[in-house]
Write a protein that binds this ligand. Sequence first.
Ligand SMILES: NC(=O)C1=CN([C@@H]2O[C@H](COP(=O)(O)OP(=O)(O)OC[C@H]3O[C@@H](n4cnc5c(N)ncnc54)[C@H](O)[C@@H]3O)[C@@H](O)[C@H]2O)[C@@H](O)CC1
Ligand SMILES: Nc1ncnc2c1ncn2[C@@H]1O[C@H](COP(=O)(O)OP(=O)(O)O)[C@@H](O)[C@H]1O
Ligand SMILES: [K+]
Length: 505
Amino acid sequence: MRYLPTGAQMKQGDQKTITEMGMPSMVLMERAALSVVEMMESEQLDLKKVLVVCGSGNNGGDGFAVARLLHLKGYAVDVWFVGKESSMTEETRLQKQIAVHYGVPVKERVGEDCYTVIVDAIFGIGLSRQVSGTYYNVIENLNQMDAIKVAVDIPSGLSADTGDVLGIAFAADFTVTFAFQKIGMLFGMARKLVGKLVTASIGIEPSVYDGRGDVCYTYDRTDLKNLLPARDPDAHKGNYGKVLLIVGSPGMAGAAYFSAKAAYLTGAGLVQIYTAKENQSNLQQLLPEAIITTYERYEEEKLKELLEWADVVGIGSGLSMSETAQHLLSTTVRCAKKPCMIDADGLNILSKDRALFEKLTPDCILTPHMKEMAGLCGHSVKELKEERFRYFQEFLGSIPSVCVMKDARTLVGRDGRPVYVNTSGNQSMAKGGAGDVLGGMITGLLAQKIEPYEAGTLGVFLHGLAGDAAQKKKGSYSVLASDILDGIAEVLTAESTEMILREKC
Ligand SMILES: NC(=O)C1=CN([C@@H]2O[C@H](COP(=O)(O)OP(=O)(O)OC[C@H]3O[C@@H](n4cnc5c(N)ncnc54)[C@H](O)[C@@H]3O)[C@@H](O)[C@H]2O)[C@@H](O)CC1
Ligand SMILES: Nc1ncnc2c1ncn2[C@@H]1O[C@H](COP(=O)(O)OP(=O)(O)O)[C@@H](O)[C@H]1O
Ligand SMILES: [K+]
């Protein structure tokens, strides 16, 4: 698990380390600078002539320290100080003095010199407003220079909170960020402007955020072993849950297939699909492992019997917005009284039926993509993209359920729990059927008695890993939902092989 702080939260982490651990600010800065130099050397950058551009804040202080360390290693370095003397922090003033004492040339302007590497230490997480005036011109100028570009902590001009470009931003080839990747680096233009990212440990420990519900987090592959439910050698299929999937409509057998197969591949014990009669023979051939039950019209008693049978329910993928679909959803939400994943058309129906929306329970998990989310919360997709955290939190405050807001960076949350930000997955997954697979996976995890919030975070993470495995085989263009299904098996096979090896050791 890895925290993803905002700029302000990172500052609190710095301060806590300084005041509570007694770690001097100058030591943190030295370690930050050392990590930048280490990256530049290990990446074998051409350090023939380096320009370090420093602002007046502590980001500039890091820059002066980087320049001094490079100078002492014998590299030719110039510092271009573009900040204001009057607004320098105490640490930066000190770093500037030290650099000057060691003989580092500090310039007020740069002329025609050619540099092989440019280090950007103008603004870090303290950027608080639009970049304008001289700073704008400097960054514009640096972006036009023909050199390898290295950003200290975050490219200057990028918001550490949103990834927005505040006027203009340094376009880095490499960024060395300190202690934690900042949340903004995952969104918007940041993904293009950060370049290759190195997260350097400088003495600020993750424990600075322990117990805080407001700091977002993500998972890495190494977390998987602690997240997956154990498989008991004495188990029978009943141990891993009975899944009822109310999915698919005439012409939408695929959604039923993808979600049911995904539930099985993720570990569910038994999967029953309740779908339109027209899909029966197709589904029986596609997935003989599933029980297929069908309807021609809405039958309340039959549905209630199936809801009684199930341990968990998944509803909505490819369901359509027909009257039958509306009855199916309404009865499920009102009567299921068990964990229930609601996807796709289930969500579209919910956004039009506010009385039903009010019946959502803590056992429900909604999986809207941005357009479905717009329908549910009443904000446009544009607004959601611009202020995704604000509207997501607002929505969580209005429901007792878990919400998985799907996008290139999917968010998972529940009111009162921290927001999970997914960092697995890739652009090859922007294809029809990928969401059906996710819905099935989450339902499969619910069936294994994982709580809805954890089923959401783990399901989304695993789904992305499965997409990454698919992309390795099929590239960024040709991945189909069925390749993501294969990816689930690949990821879980690798993980269970490791589990077996660990048990034997
Ligand atoms: N002890 C610490 O606090 C540590 C800080 N570190 C570095 O310090 C950075 C944060 O330092 P600061 O909080 O001093 O902030 P910054 O160095 O990011 O810059 C803030 C300064 O820029 C000004 N400013 C903000 N936006 C502006 C704009 N658009 N136009 C003009 N001026 C603007 C602010 O008024 C302030 O003077 C981190 O990113 C990191 O590089 C690291 O050395 C680790 C330890
Ligand atoms: N660029 C991307 N990067 C990472 N994940 C992606 C990307 N594009 C799509 N996905 C994932 O693929 C899934 C698509 O879901 P959805 O839009 O509901 O698809 P469908 O309804 O066609 O099945 C979501 O889980 C989303 O997070
Ligand atoms: K910077």
